[in-house]
Design a protein around this ligand. Structure first.
Ligand SMILES: Cc1ncc(COP(=O)(O)O)c(C=O)c1O
Length: 394
């Protein structure tokens, strides 16, 4: 599949020019996870062995330390480490009181995990179209999707850009809906200076390896500033266990492992710098693409938002042709996401049809995600944009 974190990193490889001469082109990977790990080798080694030396693999001090630091980073009072972003969505909804049969509003253009979290909580996802200029959920369409069974809305801060939280919180407040943010792609992003993870009653984060803050395996977290929600999350992630032999709820094995928490603490120290690196790369992409106009158009960035560019996505007419041209020049790319959720077979039973979400449906055939990681160089950006422009401007 084409998720950023699921696209392999590359290395130098061989290609042939038009005259048939073999040349070695430096591959430009979509993400460069190995580079991060190499840079942090000594800190990782110390963190790993401090956990192994004590054989403290679950629910230990490393987890508590990371939770405290990540809550602070997100402007929340509490953070509960869990097993994945998908489980974070599920647990946040359950802890917020969402019940079987409830309806939860979800943007139609997101990774399927947002909707899966709703389904795992026993609720039904109700899809809403997105804005053409940002690809984020369109707040003006939310009210029409609300029914007497609606209990929550999940704004997804897609690609690393915060949703229009003022508008969403206003609707949710007026219609008594819980807001659970899906911040799985947006660690460190802000809206009107306030970090994502601090707007809703709870927020879900993923630490899948390719995320802006990624573990060395699966992981996730829920942030909240409601102590009762945090207490419920702590029960649910660990078998409903209140003390060693007392289980007050039927829970899950959904804990964030100590080893991952220790590694995430090392990485958290660097996250603000890495996000700044992503913003620098995005600014360079925007500058290089400005002259291409509509031929290769990035999404707009809301002036109220500080975007953290988990992904840098452009819209092009001949997406498959442009993608093939990039691949021919050893440049990796991705599509996030090629099929909107209402057309996914897994949600066929909901009865949606093609044509119901025209903005998302149009975008899915035009979007193309370019290489994006903090250490992307100006020379790499120049190579990507010149191949892109050559192919897109035709
Ligand atoms: C928007 C969004 N929501 C949820 C998830 C689920 O996270 P995880 O893969 O950790 O379960 C992801 C991760 O890919 C995501 O991008």
């Amino acid at each position: 599949m084409a998720d950023s974190s699921r696209t392999p990193a590359g290395g130098p490889s061989q290609g042939a020019d038009q005259a048939g001469h073999t040349a070695v082109a430096e591959r430009i990977p979509f993400v460069d996870l190995r580079r991060q790990a190499v840079d942090l080798h000594d800190e990782f080694e110390a963190a790993i062995w401090s956990v192994i030396d004590r054989a403290a693999y679950t629910m230990g001090p490393e987890l508590a330390r990371f939770e405290q630091d990540f809550a602070g980073f997100c402007g929340a009072t509490e953070c509960v480490g869990v097993s994945s972003g998908t489980d974070a969505v599920k647990l946040a909804l359950l802890a917020a009181g969402v019940e079987p049969g409830d309806e939860v509003i979800v943007p139609v253009n997101t990774f399927i995990a947002t909707a899966e979290g709703v389904s795992h909580a026993g609720a039904v996802p109700v899809f809403v179209d997105c804005r053409a200029d940002t690809a984020l959920i369109d707040p003006s369409l939310v009210e029409a999707a609300i029914t007497p069974r609606t209990t929550a809305i999940i704004p997804v801060h897609l690609y690393g850009q915060p949703c229009e939280m003022d508008a969403i919180l206003e609707i949710a407040g007026r219609r008594s809906l819980a807001v659970v943010e899906d911040a799985c792609q947006a660690h460190g992003a802000t809206y009107r200076g306030k970090p994502v993870g601090s707007f809703g009653i709870a927020a879900a984060f993923s630490f899948y390896p390719g995320k802006n803050l990624g573990a060395l395996g699966d992981g996730g977290a829920v942030t909240t500033s409601d102590p009762e929600i945090a207490a419920r999350l702590r029960l649910l992630r660990n078998h409903g266990q209140q003390d060693k032999f007392t289980h007050v709820a039927i829970g899950y094995t959904d804990r964030l492992h100590n080893l991952q928490a220790a590694l995430l603490s090392v990485k958290l120290e660097h996250l603000a710098d890495w996000n700044a690196g992503r913003r620098r790369a995005a600014a360079a992409y925007r500058e290089a693409l400005a002259a291409a106009g509509a031929a290769a158009m990035p999404f707009s960035c809301d002036p109220e938002a500080e975007h953290v560019y988990h992904l840098f996505v452009v819209q092009v007419d001949d997406r498959d042709g442009v993608r093939a041209a990039l691949a021919a020049h050893e440049i990796e790319s991705g599509i996030h996401y090629p099929v909107p959720l209402h057309l996914q077979p897994a949600y066929g039973q909901l009865g949606y049809e093609a044509g119901q979400f025209p903005v998302a449906e149009r975008l899915t055939s035009r979007i193309l995600s370019l290489p994006m990681f903090p250490q992307l160089t100006d020379a790499q950006i120049e190579r990507v944009t010149s191949v892109l422009r050559g192919a897109a401007e035709g």
